[in-house]
Design a protein around this ligand. Structure first.
Ligand code: NAP
Length: 260
């Protein structure tokens, strides 16, 4: 395939011109991913939104059609669910504690609200509670969030009875970051899922392993959302052979680069 995947850093004020140029027949871009901090902002530049992107109101994948219309897709939520499925984690009736209320948290909460394997509860803690409140209020307009609650303190996450703890904050990207949760609250019946993928083993995951808890990092979610994006751009699923190659190269890349 004669194509490249490369970084296009843009300032907020450049987005409108960039997306207008994307519709130009001369443009050779047929798809792209969008990352922090523009996943919600770019919704307004899309001609169409795929149903989940519409529900979550965030786009991480843009598909450019041959007639240059733009469809916004969100593969973060489905990527997270696909990784949970790989890990053989069933979310039905599970008690989930989630840290953070940004883009990753938005996609994860929305996807958990829309699947039949409904969790029993999702308790969300963010250091600015009003951000969690606003997120839940917004999602409530389009889906049932009756089992999602915003808590004011980490203690109210009730980790002692939780099955799954998800860190969706950037705390852990740097080794010197404080732990996002008191490690004494972690127990061996918990699966601790850190959406961070570089470093592959955050302080939180190390602390969880010490407590005998199961752990997972965000590489699987990153990989799954990437293969799903590819599916949307190309219209076909990657073969297992290519997926294995991609997975190996992703691991190598994350292991060799400090700033991925
Ligand atoms: P985001 O939209 O900026 O949200 C970050 C969240 O973390 C916000 O709720 C923010 O709260 C909170 N936060 C930021 N700094 C904090 C701190 N020092 N202490 C406590 N909370 C803090 O970012 P995002 O897109 O959700 O990404 C979050 C993390 O997920 C990043 O590390 C990113 O790399 C990772 N991620 C991974 C994948 C994957 O595929 N594995 C996909 C997406 C994101 P306030 O806004 O209230 O400050």
């Amino acid at each position: 395939m004669n194509a490249v995947y490369k970084l296009i850093p843009l300032k907020a004020e450049e987005l409108m011109v960039f997306f207008a140029a994307l519709k130009d027949e001369e443009s050779d871009i047929f798809g792209l991913n969008v990352t922090i901090p523009y996943k919600q902002k770019v919704v307004e530049y899309m001609d169409f939104l795929q149903p989940f992107a519409q529900e979550v109101k965030a786009v991480n994948t843009v598909v450019v059609s041959p007639n240059r219309t733009l469809t916004g897709v969100n593969t973060d939520g489905p990527g997270f669910l696909a990784h949970l499925a790989e890990l053989k984690v069933d979310t039905k009736n599970k008690k989930i504690a989630l840290l953070g209320a940004g883009g990753a948290a938005r996609a994860i909460i929305a996807s958990l609200c829309l699947i039949p394997e409904r969790p029993y509860s999702i308790r969300v803690y963010n250091h600015h509670k009003e951000k969690t409140d606003a997120l839940i209020k917004d999602l409530k307009e389009r889906m049932d969030v009756s089992f999602v609650s915003s808590v004011a303190t980490r203690e109210e996450l009730n980790l002692a009875s939780a099955d799954l703890l998800i860190n969706a904050t950037p705390l852990g990207l740097n080794n010197e970051d404080p732990l996002p949760i008191d490690e004494n609250l972690i127990h061996r019946n918990l699966l601790v899922y850190d959406v961070i993928y570089n470093p592959q083993e955050t302080r939180l995951l190390r602390a969880a392993q010490k407590k005998g808890a199961k752990t997972a990092n965000g590489l699987g979610m990153l990989f799954c959302q990437g293969t799903l994006s590819f599916h949307h751009w190309m219209g076909f699923e990657l073969s297992d052979k290519i997926k294995i190659k991609m997975w190996k190269s992703l691991i190598d890349d994350c292991s060799s680069k400090k700033d991925f």
